[in-house]
Design a protein around this ligand. Structure first.
Ligand SMILES: Nc1ncnc2c1ncn2[C@@H]1O[C@H](COP(=O)(O)OP(=O)(O)OP(=O)(O)O)[C@@H](O)[C@H]1O
Length: 288
């Protein structure tokens, strides 16, 4: 459905924001994970045709979207990181405004979308009184007006409280049943329970694209738990990659990424997705 072939984006002579990224994505939820500055926003902006690649090709259902941006624009919804709502309007007025801009004439669609994002009871409330989570949900409703096949959402849960985060995550998971939903985040837990595929970016490059299970599978046998005293902890800190340390009286309970048992008594343990990604990162660094 969406194919990226060797996509690169440079800014000036010295900044390569995205380097040689190739990806093939089908409907479902895709988590685009990477630290700040890894290149996620730039990649999403190229998919949304807001900026052109410096090299490579992006194909949507076989059509080159750089040459023919309308091929994807009509079928794409985009919620940028810094999405702002005109706050002196009600939710309904806001939706009507964007419906008019997008040529959507069916008032029932606006009502259905406000229901979908659970804002129908707030339709006549001023957007200026909305919480961060409500604004993000209004943003999604707006992005869905044209019934897109691809929904691109940049850092959707930034600034949301845990309950809003969960509600927003569930909404995106539901949308992923019949659309391609690409969610960028630097918080693994935002996508680990809903993404069928994870694309991992590091320093402008795509370093992995796989199912969460495959990523976890590769990290098995690389993550260890151990309980050590303070001296041993100091030693392990300098010789291994400590993922987590919890002081418990005189002892320190550790989780460590290491290819072999890092100390006497270390037990292999089931990695979390975040630990699996960290273990992979350290393994790559050490191989380099
Ligand atoms: N218009 C621009 N001009 C110059 N450099 C840019 C521009 N846009 C992005 N960059 C640089 O490209 C790199 C990737 O930025 P990008 O915003 O795509 O990363 P990101 O993974 O989305 O990070 P964040 O989560 O912080 O937004 C960064 O080094 C950034 O400073």
């Amino acid at each position: 459905m969406l194919e990226l072939h060797n996509v690169t984006k440079t800014f000036g002579k010295h900044v390569t924001a995205v380097a040689d990224v190739s990806l093939r994505l089908e409907p479902g939820v895709v988590g685009l994970i990477g630290h700040n500055g890894a290149g996620k926003t730039t990649l999403m902006q190229m998919i949304a045709t807001l900026t052109k690649p410096s090299g490579g090709r992006i194909l949507f259902d076989g059509t080159d979207v750089v040459a023919q941006p309308d091929a994807i624009r009509n079928r794409l919804g985009y919620l940028p990181q810094d999405f702002g709502v005109y706050r002196n309007v009600t939710a309904l007025e806001f939706m009507r405004y964007f419906a008019a801009l997008k040529g959507v004439r069916d008032p029932a669609r606006i009502r259905r979308l406000l229901e979908l994002v659970n804002l129908h009871d707030q339709a006549h409330r001023m957007a200026s009184t909305f919480s961060g989570g409500m604004l993000r949900r209004l943003g999604i409703a707006q992005a869905l007006l044209n019934d897109p096949d691809i929904l691109v959402v940049d850092e959707p849960t930034a600034g949301l409280d845990p309950e809003e985060r969960l509600r927003f995550r569930n909404l995106l998971a539901d949308l992923g049943f019949n659309k391609l939903v690409i969610i960028s985040t630097h918080i693994v837990s935002d996508v680990e329970s809903i993404a069928g595929q994870l694309a991992i970016m590091r320093s402008s490059r795509l370093v992995a694209c796989d199912t969460p299970d495959a990523i976890l599978g590769r990290a098995r046998g690389q993550v260890w738990s151990a309980s050590v005293d303070a001296d041993e902890y100091e030693m392990l800190r300098s010789t291994t990659h400590v993922l987590h340390a919890l002081r418990q009286g005189e002892r320190v309970s550790l989780r460590i990424a290491h290819p072999t048992p890092p100390c006497a008594g270390a037990q292999p343990c089931e990695p979390s997705l975040e630990e699996a990604l960290m273990a992979q990162r350290y393994a790559v660094k050490e191989a380099a």
